[in-house]
Design a protein around this ligand. Structure first.
Ligand SMILES: Nc1nc(=O)c2c([nH]1)NC[C@@H]1CN(c3ccc(C(=O)N[C@@H](CCC(=O)O)C(=O)O)cc3)C=[N+]21
Length: 279
């Protein structure tokens, strides 16, 4: 079975559109884009297009490659103070000269629609309510919509990034999976991935998950967005893994659109929770 992230994301956006109208909300998202990486520009454009589709206002702040950390912090402070802005998204990766953690920590946690602020990361670890990182949140939505059992199952996450690997491992753990995180130093990766009932690959390496590494019937979630000869491909060797998998996400059309739908949901939640000026 192919897990249709694109179709599900489209349905979620339709629901969100109705919620915005019914709630009389006027959500606004600000994106901050530094430098001129074409992929980052494309992702930000896709986010603005999704905003338009659901009725979220959006603004983009483009800054040159040589922007300093201090300049970025000033812009973030302005957006924090701007009562018209519900959500702030700083497109990653930032140029190496910028202190990414300082920038993410400067975003008001209430406006942190990526869930990357340390306070929101703490909420994630403890299981307290809060905005969840968009890609992991989108994966959980996909698993739930397709009724993939999680409790008691073995989940293996390949990749330990702060934006995907670690948070998806925690969300699966909260859903009572038995979770293993693998990474570049893991010895004998196939022996671990073969045990997975749910395999999440967020390694960022095209084709690292092959047929011999999976158990028949496994649910495979491919987070990879690798450019190979100008073509987008996932981490999974799809054509050989798909026949043995019970369920699998395609790339494109799987996790990517769910990430964007989650961003829209987090932005609408920020708008719902918006406090008056004297609160
Ligand atoms: N602060 C921040 N938050 C992010 O959520 C974030 C980020 N930075 N930096 C980059 C990554 C990457 N990311 C994607 C979003 C959508 C697709 C997506 O929708 N992809 C389409 C394909 C698009 C195409 O055709 O190339 C798909 O998979 O079907 C992919 C990747 C969000 N990211």
């Amino acid at each position: 079975m192919i897990l249709d992230g694109k179709g599900l994301a489209a349905r979620r956006l339709e629901l969100l559109k109705e919620d915005i109208i019914e709630g009389g909300l006027t959500p606004t998202l600000a994106t901050v884009l530094v430098g001129d990486d074409p992929a980052s520009h494309m992702y930000v454009r896709m986010k603005h297009r999704a905003c338009e589709q659901v009725g979220i206002s959006s603004v983009n702040i483009s800054l040159p490659e040589d922007t300093t950390t201090n300049t970025m912090l000033d812009r973030i402070h302005q957006l924090n103070e701007d009562s018209d802005i519900d959500g702030i998204l700083v497109q990653l990766p930032l140029p190496a000269s910028i202190d990414t953690q300082a920038v993410l920590s400067a975003i008001r946690p209430e406006k942190d629609v990526d869930g990357f602020h340390p306070l929101n990361m703490g909420r994630l670890v403890t299981g307290l309510e809060g905005p969840r990182p968009c890609t992991p949140k989108g994966i959980m939505t996909l698993l739930q919509e397709y009724h993939i059992p999680i409790a008691g199952k073995r989940a293996v996450v390949v990749g330990r990034s702060v934006d995907v690997g670690r948070p998806i491992a925690l969300l699966l753990l909260h859903a009572h999976a038995t979770v293993t995180i693998c990474h570049s130093k893991t010895e004998d990766l196939p022996s671990i991935t073969k045990q997975a009932d749910i395999l999440v690959s967020a390694a960022g390496k095209a084709g690292i998950i092959t047929r011999d590494m999976v158990k028949p019937g496994v649910t495979v979630i491919d987070v990879g967005t690798n450019q190979v000869n100008g073509k987008l491909c996932g981490d999974v060797a799809f054509s050989e893994v798909e026949p043995v998998a019970g369920a699998i996400t395609p790339v494109p059309g799987g996790v990517g659109p769910m990430t964007i739908a989650s961003l829209m949901e987090n932005t609408v939640n920020s708008a719902r929770n918006r406090c008056g000026p004297f609160m």
